[in-house]
Design a protein around this ligand. Structure first.
Ligand SMILES: *[C@@H]1O[C@H](CO)[C@@H](O)[C@H](O)[C@H]1NC(C)=O
Ligand SMILES: *[C@@H]1O[C@H](CO)[C@@H](O)[C@H](O)[C@H]1NC(C)=O
Ligand SMILES: *[C@@H]1O[C@H](CO)[C@@H](O)[C@H](O)[C@H]1NC(C)=O
Ligand SMILES: *[C@@H]1O[C@H](CO)[C@@H](O)[C@H](O)[C@H]1NC(C)=O
Ligand SMILES: *[C@@H]1O[C@H](CO)[C@@H](O)[C@H](O)[C@H]1NC(C)=O
Ligand SMILES: *[C@@H]1O[C@H](CO)[C@@H](O)[C@H](O)[C@H]1NC(C)=O
Ligand SMILES: *[C@@H]1O[C@H](CO)[C@@H](O)[C@H](O)[C@H]1NC(C)=O
Ligand SMILES: *[C@@H]1O[C@H](CO)[C@@H](O)[C@H](O)[C@H]1NC(C)=O
Ligand SMILES: *[C@@H]1O[C@H](CO)[C@@H](O)[C@H](O)[C@H]1NC(C)=O
Ligand SMILES: *[C@@H]1O[C@H](CO)[C@@H](O)[C@H](O)[C@H]1NC(C)=O
Ligand SMILES: *[C@@H]1O[C@H](CO)[C@@H](O)[C@H](O)[C@H]1NC(C)=O
Ligand SMILES: *[C@@H]1O[C@H](CO)[C@@H](O)[C@H](O)[C@H]1NC(C)=O
Length: 645
């Protein structure tokens, strides 16, 4: 094909040289705009007759146009130029009657650049961030000849070249605007660098005015609460986070704790306040401010500091004495804020008394006292002191309890004797004593005999007991139980009697059972018995009884007739026992008719024989010799001779 073209060219040159007939193709350098109606005219000069035209393309492609021919010219009309018509067109002509063929060819170029660039993204730029401005030039042909430029302040800041085959060119200008860039112009200029394209068609530009907005900053706090109850002494951190601003200035206002700002990523930064140890001064509002360009945003939270370090303590003014007032004082120490505290004294679910604290800006102690006048029925009742702290919805409660130990002196003291209080000799007896006292003290059992107290047993606590496994009369007596504690004592007593029939009678005769007439004899009986025995004396050959309660008989002015066997008989409800003895009265030489014996017996008969009675409460008639004589002496009937053994 190239060789054919070469050949044709040579032909044309040849014709031109030899003939005056010429042809021309207009325009010579066709540059057609897409969409326009355009023509290509082929004209023959000095053709005497009608010329015959034919059109063709070098590459033998369709021409997308219709020729209109007259005598000396032919016009190829492109009704609407499209890129597709780009071609090298050949026009051939032959004048009528001439054998010579003429031809001419021309290369048609097409361009398209109908629209101004369209700029977008300029009216809502965000400061400090990477923003993208877009400039779009559409329906461009041939795109590879196009250059898109961005100009700011007369300077090209970004350039983009078109590429073959595309129809639209988009240029992105990426930059970080400042807020004060608002109002500045930015130009997108598109240039189609085609030769022969008239200057006014080569370039189109769009100027826009930028609008820069501050970044959409968001602030958040961690912990995310507008109200934070916080215990004094605890460790605290507050985080203030900014998002949406690349390089914010985050500041906690009016704080004395350390702040540390760091960035998480390009969009987020955080300022950590603390950690610090919470104290009362931290009670208040914490404000975090985030500054991003001219925009300042803030977020706040209230720290409600409280102090409630320990359970309440209970103080008791003294022992709970029955009938006495004792103060129960509940104290809670080092609390804050006092006006949020409530102290209650409770008995079970019942509130006895309560108070609320008053406002104070310091740590305080808060106390509540209730007076208690205990009864013994209050023993072991539990009273509770409840302390509540309420800050917003935050409730903390602590309690302390005390159980009453009511104190009282011994009461309800009783003695119990088993099997019974009246016993027969040989039986077993148990004496128990019981009391009620608080605190417990001692219980002591004693026996009182002849006004003398003998301790039998003593126990710590509220009871004691004592057993006698084989009782005899000497166990009779008054048994005393004494219950004592530090507040007082109580005494109870019981009488126990052990009964025994008379036994172990012994008889002593003073000065001797052999005396001279006129002398006096004292007879003393000793025996064991309870109840006390009646003791009778009689002369066995005579049968008369003389009775004595204490076993002492006085025989005065004896005569020989009084010699003989005597019998002592002791009798009580349980039985009797005898004892025989003899008296021998020796007649004096000079003694006469005077019969002292009969006199004695007379006196006995007349009940002049004295029966001394001593010791109402005598239980066992066991008496000593001296005792015996003393008794008879006391009655004044008999002057003891000197030298009694
Ligand atoms: C072409 O022909 C027209 C008449 O048909 C004539 O007026 C014109 O002059 C001719 N042009 C040339 C260059 O011969
Ligand atoms: C815009 O603000 C930046 C700082 O944010 C400053 O450096 C610059 O000079 C300002 N430009 C104008 C035109 O005021
Ligand atoms: C500040 O915070 C960063 C990130 O949490 C940490 O790496 C840095 O050690 C902190 N600086 C100080 C002084 O606490
Ligand atoms: C604690 O701070 C709050 C404000 O957050 C204030 O109303 C209150 O009075 C403060 N309490 C004390 C005891 O200062
Ligand atoms: C009990 O109260 C009485 C009168 O109030 C008082 O005299 C007595 O000392 C109190 N007892 C104690 C142990 O406090
Ligand atoms: C109990 O408290 C009251 C008032 O608080 C006081 O008058 C009284 O003396 C106190 N009694 C005792 C036993 O402490
Ligand atoms: C609270 O009680 C404690 C212990 O009893 C005492 O040391 C402290 O001084 C008290 N505080 C006040 C404010 O009364
Ligand atoms: C009774 O109590 C006292 C003091 O409480 C103690 O010293 C003593 O040993 C106790 N006696 C008995 C028998 O437990
Ligand atoms: C009674 O028994 C006690 C021993 O329990 C003994 O010592 C005493 O002598 C006895 N008394 C009589 C009168 O039997
Ligand atoms: C028992 O109480 C009385 C007064 O009530 C007192 O005199 C006596 O000493 C007390 N006895 C003992 C053992 O404490
Ligand atoms: C005492 O004497 C009488 C008469 O002789 C006699 O029946 C009796 O058994 C004697 N009693 C004693 C204890 O010897
Ligand atoms: C004893 O008896 C004699 C003669 O019968 C008489 O004189 C004397 O007074 C009596 N003595 C006494 C103490 O009774």
């Amino acid at each position: 094909m190239a060789s054919v073209l070469h050949f044709l060219l040579q032909l044309i040159l040849c014709y031109t040289a030899v003939s005056s007939q010429t042809m021309e193709l207009i325009p010579k350098k066709p540059l057609f705009r897409v969409g326009d109606r355009q023509e290509l005219t082929c004209r023959v000069n000095q053709c005497s007759g009608t010329a015959k035209f034919s059109w063709g393309s070098v590459q033998d492609r369709p021409m997308y146009a219709n020729p209109q021919s007259s005598t000396n010219k032919s016009t190829l009309v492109f009704k609407s130029v499209q890129e597709i018509i780009e071609n090298t067109i050949v026009c051939k002509a032959q004048c009528e009657g001439q054998s010579r063929n003429m031809q001419a060819k021309v290369k048609i170029r097409v361009y398209s650049f109908p629209n101004d660039p369209v700029v977008s993204g300029f009216d809502s730029l965000v400061s400090r961030k990477e923003n993208t401005l877009t400039c779009k030039v559409s329906d461009v042909y041939p795109a590879e000849y196009m250059t898109v430029e961005w100009l700011r302040g007369g300077k090209v800041v970004h350039t983009q070249e078109g590429e073959h085959g595309i129809k639209s060119i988009q240029s992105n200008y990426i930059f970080k605007p400042q807020l004060n860039d608002t109002g500045e112009s930015i130009i997108c200029r598109a240039t189609l660098n085609l030769d022969d394209l008239p200057q006014e068609e080569r370039t189109r530009e769009t100027t826009v005015s930028m609008a820069v907005l501050p970044p959409p900053v968001l602030v958040s706090l961690q912990p995310d609460s507008s109200f934070i109850p916080l215990e004094r002494g605890s460790s605290m951190n507050l985080f203030c986070k900014s998002s949406g601003c690349p390089d914010p200035h985050i500041n906690w206002k009016n704080v004395r704790h350390q702040q540390n700002q760091s960035s998480i990523d390009s969009e987020e930064s955080v300022n950590q306040l603390g950690p610090w140890t919470v104290d009362l001064e931290d009670n208040g509002t914490f404000i975090c401010e985030v500054e991003c360009d001219s925009v300042v945003k803030s977020k706040r939270t209230e720290l409600k500091v409280f102090s409630f370090p320990s359970d309440p303590t209970i103080e008791i003014s003294g022992p709970f004495l029955e009938g006495n007032v004792t103060n129960l004082t509940c104290t809670v120490h080092d609390i804050f804020p006092v006006d949020c505290f409530h102290i209650q004294w409770m008995y079970g679910e019942r509130e006895l008394q309560s108070i609320h604290g008053d406002f104070s800006d310091k740590l305080q102690n808060l106390s509540l006292t209730i007076p208690i006048k205990p009864k013994d029925s209050d023993q072991h009742k539990t009273f509770t002191c409840k302390v509540s702290l309420k800050i917003g919805d935050h409730l903390v409660q602590k309690t302390a309890s005390t159980t009453l130990e009511v104190h009282y002196s011994p009461k309800h003291t009783t003695i119990d004797v088993r099997p019974q209080k009246q016993l027969n000799e040989g039986e077993t007896v148990t004496i128990s004593c019981q009391t009620d006292s608080a605190p417990e003290g001692q219980v002591t059992l004693s026996r009182v005999w002849n006004g003398e107290k003998t301790k039998l047993v003593s126990s710590n606590g509220t009871q004691t007991s004592f057993s006698i496994s084989y009782t005899n009369v000497s166990h009779s007596g008054i048994y005393v139980c004494e219950a004592v504690n530090r507040y007082g004592n109580q005494t109870e007593e019981v009488q126990i009697t052990v009964q025994a029939p008379p036994r172990n009678i012994s008889v002593a005769v003073y000065p001797s059972n052999e005396v001279y007439e006129g002398e006096t004899i004292t007879v003393c009986c000793q025996l064991v018995s309870f109840p006390p025995s009646k003791i009778a004396l009689r002369k066995l050959d005579n049968g008369k009884h003389i009775y004595s309660m204490d076993g002492t008989f006085l025989l005065v002015n004896l005569t020989a007739n009084n010699s003989g066997m005597y019998q002592i008989t002791a009798t009580n409800a349980l039985g009797f026992q005898n004892k025989n003895f003899t008296i021998n009265v020796i007649r004096k030489e000079n003694s006469s008719t005077d019969n002292p014996g009969s006199s004695v017996l007379n006196r006995i008969d007349l009940n002049n024989f004295i029966i001394p009675v001593i010791g109402v409460g005598v239980l066992a008639t066991v008496i000593s010799t001296l005792d015996c004589i003393r008794r008879s002496k006391r009655k004044g009937f008999y002057e003891m001779t000197e030298g009694i053994p």
